[in-house]
Design a protein around this ligand. Sequence first.
Ligand code: GDR
Length: 359
Amino acid sequence: MPRKPLPGVASDNYSIHSLSKKVLITGAGGQDGYFLVKLLLQRGDTVHGLLREGSENEIGSLKYLGEAALARISIHRGNITEKWFIDELIQRELFDQVFHLAAQSSVAHSIEHPRATIDTNVLGLTNIATSIRDRSPKTKLLFTGSSEMFGNLTDGKQSEHTPRHPQSPYGLTKDFGFQLINAYRNHYGLWAATAILFNHESEFRGEQFVTKKIIQSVARIADGRDEVLSLGNIYAERDWGYAGDYMEGVLDVMALKRPDDFVFATGQLHSVKDFVNLAFKHAGIKPEWNGEGLDEIARDRSSGKVIVKIDERFYRPGDIKGTCGDASKAKQVLAWQAHTDLNGIIEHMLRHEQGLATN
Ligand code: GDR
């Protein structure tokens, strides 16, 4: 299917996606992989997915695509930290486009395991970019960066020009990636771009992230089960968007003739507590909050049961207090916008969770 012409894009920097492309998605089994693979298959591309070695029967979120779609994907298994493996794959397949999504993506995990995070995120990207440079220089490379590279929100929203002050090992690896992509673009002429993604959620979100954790508990509480949702800093604020919207933006970046970096965000700031309240509201439960700090709790107003408590173990050293993105460049150049607001995100997530429970 040909891509829509984009109203805001200067025509000399936009290539109509009329010919089928041969595309590799690393980390295809994750949340973002699901949406990206779906969009690429709809476009008629030849899709290759790279999944982590060692989980041979696991295809992650791809299982939700269904049999017919799955039959159209070529799955490769391997480790992005193995240079020989990446070299061989890139040289043999000569992809038109590589979307590098594979990463250790949990900030909390990166604090506990900085070395493993650096291995996967830094070595992995370096291997892929260097293999493309040396063995398939016409391949376009898109790296999914992160708002974590900015660190805390100071004044104004964070854009492509905001100074970067990463706080976590994960944020440092994403800052490294952003700079490496720039260096390879400027020094070696590679088509290489970073999509700087703010928090993006969906029904396929991993359980280690706060939104999924909240939705799973809310669904169980709504189902009448005895459950208390334990959280860390509920006053942390994030700019939460819908992963499906962000992957559409990522495709728009890849369609540009000249590479460039773009922020994808909603520009709306909400606290973890706001998310909790909204999720309960969607499930028909009214939380009543009392107490402060580690003693803060929420009770179900109708049953009186404690449904939320604070647990020190979920606090992070150096947590980012707030991030909020300015996606006006993506709006202007790519005619991109986030269609799904926080209510829409919660609806998608809760419906999926409640559906799983009844299956
Ligand atoms: P984040 O996402 O670190 O922003 O990174 P996460 O959902 O893990 O945390 C968001 C905020 O919630 C607070 N929080 C908790 N977080 C978790 N996971 N579990 C809890 O119990 C809890 N209680 C409070 C956190 O302290 C934090 O402030 C995400 C990832 O997707 C990255 O890969 C991505 O790059 C960035 O978003 C943009």
